[in-house]
Design a protein around this ligand. Structure first.
Ligand code: SAM
Length: 234
């Protein structure tokens, strides 16, 4: 694993590698009880979940924009991608993992406990509701999200967590430019702008990290009530 991560300029210590291996073992054993991942072979999980999640650490924009003690929110984290991997690799970051499925949050809490991670918490809820809680609204230096929704909906779910000086990064595939164009109305309504994109070739799959920052004040009406953003995307 170390050789692979080093190729992408991502530091990983032997202890962190062991932690990711334990994470893999628990992922596979819990996957027999609840649906966490369709990818199960060790090599594929390492490349398509662990390394893909960690690509943020390889991004030049991230290296220049983030402080060492950054607060991170992962919206729709599922089995912990990308947030749990980032928590393992960046113990100095404070990370909140959010998911609307309680069983997945139980799994995340098991990982946190088994790996004795003290920089990460997992919470159960919908982004639309949690973004109304003053402990979380506009409270993060970086909001991350992978494989949760198309860009317009994703922006409404994620931008309300971004602090004044913070960023949102969407993990997207090859059609990211079309998604940004289709999200023009959402970008203007939520007062954010796209500031950077970093693309990677992940063994033939295109992965692009698309970064957004604030371009004004977030209107209080966003996000709309739970379910409405998906039903009527901006
Ligand atoms: N990010 C993970 C990954 O890349 O493997 C999980 C992706 S999974 C396809 C989408 C996840 O988003 C699910 O676990 C789902 O429960 C969660 N989700 C969907 N809508 C949500 C919402 N409004 N608030 C919080 N979580 C949500």
């Amino acid at each position: 694993m170390q050789e692979l991560f080093t190729k992408f300029d991502i530091d990983i210590s032997p202890t962190q590698e062991e932690m990711l291996k334990s994470y893999y073992d628990l992922l596979i054993s819990w996957n027999e009880k609840i649906n966490l991942t369709s990818i199960t072979s060790y090599d594929e999980v390492v490349a398509k979940h662990f390394l893909d999640s960690a690509l943020l650490l390889s991004s030049s924009f991230c290296k220049s924009a983030l402080k060492s003690d950054s607060r991170i929110m992962d919206v729709g984290t599922g089995a912990g991608f990308p947030g749990m991997v980032l928590a393992i690799l960046k113990p100095e970051w404070k990370i909140v993992l959010l998911d609307s499925l309680n069983k997945r949050v139980d799994f995340l809490n098991e990982i946190i406990s088994k790996l004795s991670l003290n920089n990460v918490t997992a919470i159960h809820g919908r982004a639309e509701d949690i973004a109304r809680d003053e402990n979380y609204r506009e409270g993060f230096d970086l909001v991350v999200s992978r494989a949760v929704a198309d860009m317009s909906l994703l922006l409404e779910l994620c931008v309300p967590f971004v602090s004044d000086e913070g960023y949102f990064v969407a993990y997207k595939g090859p059609k990211y430019k079309d998604e940004i164009s289709s999200a023009a109305h959402a970008l203007s309504e939520l007062c954010v702008k796209c500031v950077s994109d970093d693309s990677f070739d992940l063994f033939g799959a295109d992965r692009t990290l698309v970064f957004f920052e604030r371009a004004g004040i977030l209107p209080d009406k966003y996000p709309r009530r739970a379910g409405i953003p998906a039903k009527r995307p901006l």
